[in-house]
Design a protein around this ligand. Structure first.
Ligand SMILES: Nc1ncnc2c1ncn2[C@@H]1O[C@H](COP(=O)(O)OP(=O)(O)O)[C@@H](O)[C@H]1O
Ligand SMILES: [Mg+2]
Length: 442
């Protein structure tokens, strides 16, 4: 992509309405444009990152054997009246009437809808378990939308649902998602810590939030430092391995977010030297809630003895649009964003500092084509701005590698390659650029 042909409305100054660094940087880097409070449009650079995150989430769900579906954003209120949540949900739910005066709503979540899909066709234990997910926009009329895409009113979520015959089998589904989440976040360059969360009336230990440490997070977190060493080789764990032992290794260490935290328990279970408290961002939440919806909505299945009973369910969310902000909170410096390779909007930024020089332009054009032919995403700054503007813009948008073409390209056939994260730069002969870039990226 050539910058001269790209819609990248960068801002020089931090917008005053933004309180936290990720929100400031997303606005400054021209990633999003506010539509109204807590509602955003995604501009080209932001959309590329959102799609990258969405794809990682999708690939990992698929690998875990979860089936992708796509449920509607608008739902009939009748389903929510059946489960009893239509009244309970209160003002957070956006309620709509259609032209026949029927009550409709913009989905804040999909338990009712997916239970309805399930009960229409699945009647027997022979067809269990079933795992379904979708990636869809949600609307929650949050009391205090803030921090940009981190707490929006409209946001993109991956939500999955499991259906099992009994508690034991639903625990296997739960463990599968637990592992899948750790794999997913690791691929984005994040260390997400599973934290015990509130399970509501059914109790048990099958609710975890996945939280990344960040001083701007909204959750207060308390944990045993040793939990950070768990799951080191998460990418090597397969779904046929013993997941319950793996998950238990995490559960053995105390970790809880504010709503579940108990000072006494913390002191009893964790040696003072290992007690950690911090703030964190909730990027995912998994929750097993048994027969809560299947009972009220009559989603029953027959077991092996011909006995009918409500199916056991769980739900599993990942905040895809929140992750864009969360990754920036996790990875930035005073100059701007530092994208982890896997979610970077482009892998390489090419800066031509001598755009008025014919030779430099020819060199830059050739490097651009050869990097493109390697199937590497590259953003080519071919504009005529001065060097300062070009450098600060490229640093702001945070692509992992920069190729810089200046005077030495013209005189000595040398260009500079810079690593955005470490700041390390090296000079390299123009004809070895392709090899060097391949080495850095693949
Ligand atoms: N208002 C929001 N804006 C952006 N992302 C959100 C919002 N609410 C929830 N999410 C994301 O969706 C995931 C699943 O949501 P859920 O646990 O149902 O929400 P909550 O924790 O607010 O009750 C959360 O872990 C979070 O990453
Ligand atoms: Mg939650």
């Amino acid at each position: 992509m050539k910058l001269s042909n790209y819609f990248l409305p960068v801002l020089k100054e931090s917008p005053s309405e933004a309180e936290i660094v990720s929100h400031k940087l997303m606005l400054r880097a021209g990633m999003i444009s506010q539509s109204s409070s807590g509602i955003y449009s995604w501009l080209p650079l932001g959309l590329r990152v959102l799609k990258k995150i969405e794809n990682i989430v999708r690939e990992e769900q698929d690998k875990a054997g979860v089936n992708e579906i796509l449920m509607s954003t608008i739902q009939p209120a009748d389903l929510w009246k059946e489960s009893g949540r239509y009244e309970d949900y209160g003002k957070e739910m956006l309620r709509i009437k259609d032209r026949q005066e029927r009550d409709m709503l913009y989905g804040p979540t999909n338990e009712e809808q997916v239970t309805d899909i399930f009960r229409r066709s699945i009647k027997s234990y022979k067809e269990l378990p079933q795992l379904l997910y979708h990636i869809q926009w949600k609307f929650r009329d949050e009391l205090r939308p803030r921090f940009g895409v981190m707490r929006g009113r409209e946001f993109l979520m991956k939500d999955a649902y499991s259906f099992d015959l009994n508690l034991e089998s639903s625990e296997s589904s739960y463990n599968k998602f637990f592992v899948c989440y750790l794999k997913t976040f690791e691929r984005m360059g994040l260390k997400a810590i599973p934290m015990a969360a509130d399970t509501g009336p059914i109790g048990g230990d099958m609710s975890h939030e996945f939280i990344i440490i960040s001083k701007t997070g909204e959750s207060e977190i308390y944990f045993d430092k040793n939990i950070l060493d768990q799951g080191e080789k998460i990418s090597e764990i397969g779904y046929e391995d013993n997941l319950s032992t793996f998950v238990q290794n995490f559960k053995n260490y105390y970790s809880a977010s504010d709503e579940k935290y108990d000072q006494k328990e913390f002191d009893q279970n964790v040696n003072k030297d290992f007690q950690m408290t911090s703030k964190g961002i909730e990027v995912g939440h998994i929750f097993s809630f048994g027969t809560k919806y299947s009972e009220s909505m009559r989603a029953n299945v027959l077991d092996g003895n011909g006995k009918e009973g409500p199916v056991f369910m769980g739900s599993y969310g990942i905040g895809i649009s929140r992750l864009v902000g969360a990754i920036i909170e996790y990875s930035h410096d005073e100059k701007g964003i530092i994208w982890p390779n896997e979610v970077a909007p482009f892998q390489v930024g090419l800066i031509n500092l001598k755009s008025n020089d014919d030779k430099a332009k020819k060199i830059a054009d050739e490097i651009y084509s050869s990097v493109l032919s390697l199937n590497i995403e590259i953003l080519y700054d071919d504009k005529s701005d001065n060097a300062g503007v070009k450098f600060s813009r490229m640093d702001l948008i945070g692509l992992p590698f920069q190729i810089i073409i200046g005077n030495k390209a013209i005189s000595d056939n040398l260009v500079e390659i810079k690593n955005r994260k470490t700041g390390e730069a090296s000079e390299i002969k123009i004809d070895s650029i392709s090899d060097k870039i391949k080495e850095l990226i693949f």
